[in-house]
Design a protein around this ligand. Structure first.
Ligand code: SF4
Ligand code: SF4
Length: 127
């Protein structure tokens, strides 16, 4: 897990998404670990968020997390990877996001800084 993501977890705790879509094989792996999965109205099996695998902003099943988790990068993480900003600046964006979420006014900020669509198949919750 990156130094940025370790203190963020917004893409796992329900702040950005309502669930993670699962590929064939993901669901069986998660059920084997005793995770309860949800079924969407269309019949899709998903991992609901806030994710049950998240503890202290850390994924307990990181090595065997669903493929969409493994491929997802938000806008901020992508910008950091492309050196558009420093780690310190990116961490301040995360800290500000947490502050705004705690105040209940984060929708625009999250949309601007985090909603990336790399590694699709996450769906945003109502913020
Ligand atoms: S929202 Fe972005 S920075 Fe935060 S944990 Fe997810 S990928 Fe990492
Ligand atoms: S499985 Fe891990 S990486 Fe995926 S949403 Fe849950 S805590 Fe996050």
């Amino acid at each position: 897990m990156s130094a940025l993501c370790r203190h963020c977890a917004l893409c796992c705790d329900g702040s950005l998404f309502g669930y993670v879509g699962l590929e064939p094989g993901d669901a069986e792996r998660l059920r084997a670990k005793a995770f309860c999965l949800a079924t969407r109205p269309g019949g899709q099996t998903v991992l609901a968020q806030p994710c049950a695998a998240l503890t202290n902003r850390s994924c307990r099943i990181y090595e065997s997390r669903p493929s969409h988790c493994a491929s997802f990068n938000c806008l901020l993480a992508t910008a950091l990877g492309e050196e558009e900003l420093s780690l310190g600046e990116a961490q301040e964006v995360v800290a500000e996001a947490h502050r705004r979420i705690s105040r209940g006014h984060a929708r625009g900020y999250l949309r601007t800084h985090f909603y990336g669509r790399y590694g699709q198949n996450h769906e945003s919750p109502k913020l």
